[in-house]
Design a protein around this ligand. Structure first.
Ligand code: UDX
Length: 437
C-alpha cells in the first residue's frame, strides 16, 4: 500500500509516551505538532533540551525538528485546528482513592470540541479506564459548536521506558479500538509500515487490553517474588525456578525476574486504576490488591535481610547503587530505591548514592542532608559496610570486584535484582544477599 504522508498529526502531551509518539511519527515522515501546556517544557524542547532521558530520542527529535517534520507548541487551540489526527497523551495521575484523574482528558476533549473546524480522528493513547472513550465522545458532542464530524479511537501504547523507540517501531501488536470503518482505515494507513499483528476491537475492549496487560505483567512479577520468599525459606534458587518455569511456552520467561518488585509510573498506577474501575463496575478484583501488597513488601524484606546481616545498622556506611526504577531511564517515580533509602535512613545508616542517569531526578526526592550523592560507583563503595544494588545497570555488571573487595570496609553485597553470580562472589570472599537465592 502507498503510504500517505498527508496527515497532519497533533500529539497532545509531551510526557514520556507523548514525546516518543510525536518523535516516532515524525521519523516515519508525518508532519507532527507536539503540544503541551507546560510552556517551559515546550521552550526547552524548542532548544532541543529533552525533559527526560530516553535512548535514541534526542537524535530523532533533533533530526525531525531540523527537517520540519516535528514542531513543538504550547498553543493547543491552533494545533488542534491545524490537524487531521489528534492523539491524546496527557497524564492520568492517580487520585488518593486509586482512581485515575481524568481532568486533563476532559479539558482536552473540550478544547477539541471548541476547535473542531474539520473532520478529525481523535485517538486516545493515554492509559485510561474502560469507558473513557465514550465519555470523550459525549463531551465533544456536548460542547462542539458545529456539525463537523469526528471519530474517536483507542490506540493504547505499550512502550517501555528505556526501550521506547524500539518498542514503537517493533511492537508485539498494535491495537485499534474503533467504532467505524473510517477510523480503522486511517489508523491502518498511519501504521502501515509497522510490521506487527493488528487487533481491531471496539473502544471499551481496546482500553481494557491495556489495563489487563499491565496488571497481568505486574501479577507475574509479584508471583515470582512470592516464590522467591519460599525459595529463601526452603533453600532453593528462584532464578533457576524461573528458568524452569519460563521454558514452558505457556508461561514464558519474561517478567519472571525476582527482586525488589516493580516501580515506575505505569504498573503501580494502572493496577490501582484497574482495581478501582473493576469495583466501580461491580467486580472486586482482589487479586490485584494482593499483587500490590507483595510488591510493597519486597522492599521492606530486602532491608530486613540487610539488617539481619549487619546487626546494628546505625552509623554503618551503605552504598546505594542504582536509583531509577529500572535501568536506561532517569525515572524515579515509584522507584523501590525511595522506600529502601528511607528505611535505611530511619535505621541511622550513613548513605552514599550513585546512579548513572537518575541523580538529577533523585535530588528532587532525596533532600535529607545526610545523603551524599557521588560521581561513580567506586566512590560510593569506598569504605562502605554494604553495597546495595537496586537497579541492574549494565555498568554495575562490569565493576572490578577485586578492587571493590579492597576498598570496601566490609565486603557485603546486597543484590536487589539478583544480577550477580552468588557463587562467584562468595568464592571471591564476598558475603552475598540476594532475593530467593
Ligand atoms: C511498562 C510496560 O511494560 C509497558 O508495556 C507499558 O506501556 C508501561 O509500563 P515500564 O514501566 O517502562 O513499562 O517498565 P517495564 O520494563 O515493564 O518494568 C516495570 C517494572 O517491573 C520495573 O520496575 C522493573 O524493574 C520491574 N520488573 C520487570 C521486575 O521486577 N521483574 C521483571 O521480571 C520485569
Amino acid at each position: 500500500m502507498k503510504i500517505s504522508h498527508k496527515y497532519k498529526i497533533c500529539v497532545i502531551g509531551a510526557g514520556h509516551v507523548g514525546l516518543v509518539t510525536a518523535a516516532c511519527f515524525s521519523e516515519m515522515g508525518y508532519k507532527v505538532i507536539c503540544v503541551d501546556n507546560d510552556a517551559a517544557k515546550i521552550s526547552s524542547l524548542k532548544k532541543k533540551i529533552l525533559p527526560f532521558y530516553e535512548p535514541e530520542l534526542e537524535k530523532i527529535v533533533i533530526k525531525n525538528t531540523k527537517n520540519g517534520n516535528l514542531i513543538f507548541s504550547s498553543l493547543l487551540e491552533q494545533s488542534i485546528r491545524k490537524s487531521d489526527i489528534i492523539f491524546i497523551v496527557v497524564g492520568t495521575p492517580p487520585l488518593s482513592d486509586g482512581s485515575a484523574d481524568l481532568t486533563s482528558i476532559e479539558n482536552v476533549a473540550r478544547a477539541i470540541a471548541d476547535n473542531l473546524n474539520s473532520y478529525k480522528l481523535i485517538v486516545e493513547k493515554s492509559t485510561v479506564p474502560v469507558q473513557t472513550g465514550s465519555k470523550v465522545k459525549e463531551t465533544i458532542h456536548r460542547y462542539k459548536k458545529s456539525d463537523v464530524e469526528f471519530d474517536i479511537a483507542s490506540n493504547p501504547e505499550f512502550l517501555r521506558e528505556g526501550k521506547a523507540i524500539y518498542d514503537f517501531f517493533h511492537p508485539d501488536r498494535v491495537v485499534f479500538g474503533v467504532e467505524h470503518a473510517r477510523a480503522e482505515q486511517i489508523l491502518r494507513r498511519l501504521y502501515s509500515t509497522i510490521k506487527a499483528p493488528v487487533i481491531v476491537t471496539d473502544i471499551n475492549t481496546a482500553e481494557l487490553i491495556k489495563h489487563a496487560s499491565n496488571s497481568f505483567l505486574a501479577t507475574k512479577i509479584s508471583f515470582i517474588n512470592a516464590v522467591a520468599r519460599i525459595c529463601d525459606l526452603a533453600g532453593a534458587n528462584v532464578n533457576k525456578v524461573a528458568e524452569g518455569m519460563g521454558l514452558d511456552k505457556r508461561i514464558g520467561n519474561d517478567f519472571l525476574s525476582a527482586g525488589l518488585g516493580y516501580g515506575g509510573f505505569c504498573f503501580p498506577k494502572d493496577l490501582e486504576a484497574f482495581a478501582y474501575i473493576s469495583k466501580k463496575l461491580g467486580y472486586d478484583f482482589n487479586l490485584l490488591q494482593e499483587v500490590k501488597r507483595i510488591n510493597e513488601e519486597q522492599r521492606r524484606y530486602f532491608v530486613e535481610k540487610i539488617k539481619e546481616h549487619l546487626w546494628v545498622v546505625k552509623n554503618k556506611k551503605i552504598a546505594i547503587l542504582g536509583l531509577s526504577f529500572k535501568p536506561n531511564t532517569d525515572d524515579m517515580r515509584f522507584a523501590p530505591s525511595i522506600d529502601i533509602v528511607n528505611f535505611l535512613l530511619k535505621e541511622g545508616a550513613v548513605i552514599k548514592l550513585y546512579d548513572p542517569q537518575a541523580v538529577r531526578e533523585a535530588k528532587k526526592i532525596f533532600k535529607n542532608p545526610k545523603l551524599k550523592f557521588v560521581k561513580n560507583a567506586y566512590e560510593a563503595l569506598d569504605k562502605c559496610d554494604c553495597a546495595c544494588f537496586l537497579t541492574e545497570w549494565e555498568e554495575f555488571k562490569k565493576l572490578d570486584f577485586l578492587k571493590l573487595k579492597k576498598i570496601m570496609h566490609y565486603p557485603l553485597i546486597a543484590d536487589g535484582r539478583n544480577m550477580f553470580d552468588k557463587n562467584l562472589l562468595e568464592a571471591a570472599g564476598f558475603k552475598y544477599i540476594g532475593i530467593g537465592m
